[in-house]
Design a protein around this ligand. Structure first.
Ligand code: NDP
Length: 242
């Protein structure tokens, strides 16, 4: 029987690759995102349902609750990103105010979004189901507010695994390394920085969104039923060899 799967931030990059993987396997997929046009285009392309939602906003997540199926098998908390990249000097704010704003934005985008969404749907997750959240190698690298938020996500996941485990639901993280060709890094890295990230891997190449989709699909599959409260690192060996 087809499973019901929610992929947050499923219009682009890793989320789209995950959603596509499940849709091509015959599952019923809902994708979310804040921007309606790219979301609807992506959903139409892969045969998924599109629901606009800002996962940092409790009211938007409450509205989403009303639109989702009564029963879900898999939740993929993928929505997120490094809001440091977009931080702009704001002369109207003092330095500390601007720092606090940008720090909070990272925590909201990468930690609160997953916790809030999981809280909203965990009651409808079926036995045998799975929550897979997208962490980052940044959690282990001292990468400012973004890395701290992803480290927090890994810690939060431990409690979640205990909480939902009694209902035979697993909770894991996939922690990507450098995944080229998504909006995350597009136009944001110098050639030198890109080369350095690739050189730090054992495989000598960046990862692709499909690599993460494969890992997520595994953790949501019957083959991974005894795996919970874990972080699966998918980074071409960067973590092990640096
Ligand atoms: P993208 O920017 O392509 O994907 C992020 C997606 O999330 C977008 O579709 C965006 O759509 C959506 N999104 C962001 N914030 C929200 C929100 N508040 N509510 C709803 N949707 C949201 O980048 P990636 O695919 O690379 O990133 C996906 C995940 O992978 C992120 O969690 C990122 O931190 C993580 N990651 C990426 C790595 C990489 O190298 N690319 C490495 C490690 C981790 P919209 O703006 O329309 O809302």
């Amino acid at each position: 029987m087809a499973r019901d799967i929610l992929v947050t931030g499923g219009a682009t990059g890793i989320g789209l690759a995950v959603a596509r993987h499940f849709a091509e396997s015959g599952e019923k997929v809902v994708v979310t995102g804040r921007r309606q046009a790219p979301l609807e285009a992506a959903a139409a392309e892969i045969g998924a349902r599109a629901l606009v939602c800002d996962h940092t906003d409790p009211r938007a997540v409450a509205r989403l609750q009303g639109e989702l199926p009564d029963r879900l098998d898999v939740l993929v908390n993928n929505a997120g990103g490094n809001t440091d990249f977009d931080a702009e000097a704001d002369e109207a704010l003092g330095e500390l105010e601007a720092f606090a704003r940008d720090f909070r934005a990272n925590l909201d985008a990468n930690l609160l979004s997953a916790a809030l969404t999981t809280r909203a749907v965990e009651g409808r997750l079926a036995a045998g189901g799975a929550v897979v959240s997208i962490g980052s190698i940044a959690a282990d690298k001292g990468s400012g507010a973004y890395g701290a938020a992803k480290a927090g996500l890994a810690s939060w996941n431990l409690g979640l695994a205990r909480q939902v485990g009694a209902r035979d639901i697993t909770a894991n993280l996939v922690a990507p390394g450098y995944i080229a060709d998504t909006e995350f890094f597009r136009d944001k890295l110098t050639a030198e920085r890109r080369d350095a990230l690739v050189a730090a891997t054992a495989l000598g190449r960046p990862g692709a969104p499909g690599d993460i989709a494969g890992a997520v699909a595994f953790l949501a599959s019957p083959a991974a039923r005894d795996i919970t409260a874990q972080v699966l690192h998918v980074n071409g060996g960067e973590r092990g060899t640096r």
